[in-house]
Design a protein around this ligand. Structure first.
Ligand SMILES: [Zn+2]
Length: 105
């Protein structure tokens, strides 16, 4: 049996590494837009985050996207990302952002 390596990505909120399919990619496009990249193939600077609604809230609070993408997101951009994020939540039910020993917060 061949061991196939699953690409790992690091969450910008909790710094945990997960396989790509457990994470969402946020991309800053060459046009300067910031959007959710469901295909994982869009051009631009990307950042990964656990596919957890809580992760998004934390990222918003701590401006993790701003830092990771080197851009200042407007409240409108955050609103739109949050809507996109929540629309795909069903796919990420088993994912929770944060280290296991921090879950009791
Ligand atoms: Zn995370």
């Amino acid at each position: 049996m061949k061991a196939r390596k699953v690409p790992q990505r690091k969450c910008i909120v909790c710094q945990k590494t997960l396989s790509k399919r457990e994470m969402l990619r946020i991309v800053r496009t060459p046009e300067g837009e910031v959007e959710l990249d469901l295909s994982g193939k869009k051009n631009g600077r990307g950042a990964y985050i656990c596919g957890d609604a809580e992760a998004f809230k934390k990222a918003r609070k701590t401006k993790a996207f701003d830092r990771a993408l080197k851009v200042n997101l407007t409240p409108e951009q955050y609103e739109r990302l949050e809507q996109d994020f929540s629309s795909v939540q069903d796919k990420f039910k088993s994912v929770s952002c944060g280290k296991p020993d921090e879950q009791s917060e």
